[in-house]
Design a protein around this ligand. Structure first.
Ligand code: NAD
Ligand code: IPM
Ligand code: MN
Length: 348
């Protein structure tokens, strides 16, 4: 029986993974093991990513991750903050490819920040590089010679890192509408110039894919002007983080966007909503569980070869929404559990 590790984390993380687990239990037989991560783990063990949690992630067939982050830990040493656990798992498991699909579920036009006719056109897969860039470059703080405080974070990529994520971008485009837009800031950044050069080199292996390039500032603008122009976007870690949160509001809510983080080695991956621990609504039963439920569907599809069950879950979310189920972020009043129950009812 497949072993699914559940790392609920902080804030709304446990609230949404609980519901995603119920949906998984409805479509198949799995063994679940849970372990603490983030602030919750720090409170229990003194470290946000305990050895036992990482070991569980390594020996499981797939990881379902909730969210981490807790205002209580904003001022402690960076390596002990909740975020370090998430970055640590991504790095340790070599999960360099983060797939973030953003599409509008029919009926959510009113929840989008865009006019309905524009909102309806969004159906983009953002392929975000996840283990490099300014996130993992050398960082620090010091005093300048004049005694001013200075902080620095090195933005860097090597060509091997760019090549492998570019391939994921092209492969993803091959399975969709064969249009790939590489987003960078090559007019200013050396990192981006390397990125663009390597993406162009890799494109020679994918003659059927139409490749375009866009600067990230323009991409942010185009995403709200005409999101339908995008099929697949491939971009670096930081730009992908920002653009995917933006894309979520085109699609109605950050509570709707799942993600898959993959290593390309075998099927193992980690699956998580793109949102965080939402301290402002944590503990109130208000969180939208759909991003976590849809992440569970991606888990079935990408790690367990259960595409039919993944399709069923996605169809159930779509049906629950067309039937009118809405949490507060979507303009409704259902609780987290009631929203999940609407999805479960639609599954039946
Ligand atoms: P956030 O995504 O947690 O919340 C942003 C806004 O979206 C909030 O108003 C929140 O209530 C709302 N929101 C998020 N998820 C929702 C859901 N499922 N249903 C309804 N509303 C939802 O981002 P933030 O406030 O910038 O960060 C809070 C903490 O989360 C920070 O500690 C941050 O580092 C962390 N974080 C973690 C992850 C992760 O675990 N992958 C991702 C982003 C942020
Ligand atoms: C995300 C989050 C993380 C990121 C943070 C919490 C480290 O924003 O998963 O999108 O920046 O990657
Ligand atoms: Mn983010």
């Amino acid at each position: 029986m497949p072993l699914i590790a559940i790392l609920p984390g902080d804030g709304i993380g446990p609230e949404v993974t609980r519901e995603a687990r119920r949906v998984l239990e409805r479509v198949g037989d799995f063994t679940f093991e849970e372990a603490p991560v983030g602030g919750a783990a720090y409170r229990e063990t003194g470290h946000p990513l305990p050895e036992a949690t990482l070991a569980l992630a390594r020996r499981s067939d797939a990881v379902l991750f909730g969210a981490i982050g807790d205002p209580e830990f904003e001022a402690i040493e960076r390596s002990l903050r909740p975020e370090a656990a998430l970055l640590g798992i991504r790095k340790e498991l070599n999960l360099f490819a983060n797939l973030r699909p953003a599409k509008l579920f029919a009926g959510l036009e009113d929840a989008s920040s865009l006019r309905p006719e524009i909102a309806r056109s969004i159906d983009v897969m953002i392929v975000r590089e996840l283990t490099g860039d300014v996130y993992f470059g050398e960082k620090g703080h010091r005093k300048t010679p004049e005694g001013l405080r200075e902080g620095h974070d090195l933005m860097r990529y090597d060509e091997r890192e760019v090549e492998r994520i570019a391939r994921v971008g092209f492969e993803t485009a091959m399975r969709r509408k064969k249009r790939l837009c590489s987003v960078d800031k090559a007019n200013v950044l050396e990192t981006s110039q390397l990125w663009r050069d390597v993406v162009i080199e890799v494109s020679a292996d994918y003659p059927d894919v139409t490749l375009s390039h866009m600067y990230v500032d323009n991409a942010a603008m185009q995403l709200v002007r005409d999101p339908g122009q995008f099929d697949v976007i491939v971009t670096g870690n930081l730009f992908g983080d920002i653009l995917s949160d933006q894309a979520s509001m085109c699609a109605g809510s950050i509570g709707m966007l799942p993600s898959a983080s993959l290593s390309g080695e075998g099927g193992r991956g980690m699956y998580e909503p793109i949102h965080g621990s939402a301290p402002d609504i944590a503990g109130q039963g208000k969180a939208n569980p759909c991003a976590a439920i849809l992440s569970a569907a991606m888990l079935l599809r990408y790690s367990l070869g259960m595409a039919a069950e993944a399709d069923r879950i996605e169809a159930a979310v779509a049906k629950a929404i067309t039937d009118g189920a809405r949490t507060a972020d979507l303009g409704g009043s259902l609780s987290t559990t009631a929203m999940a129950e609407a999805v479960l009812a639609a599954l039946a």
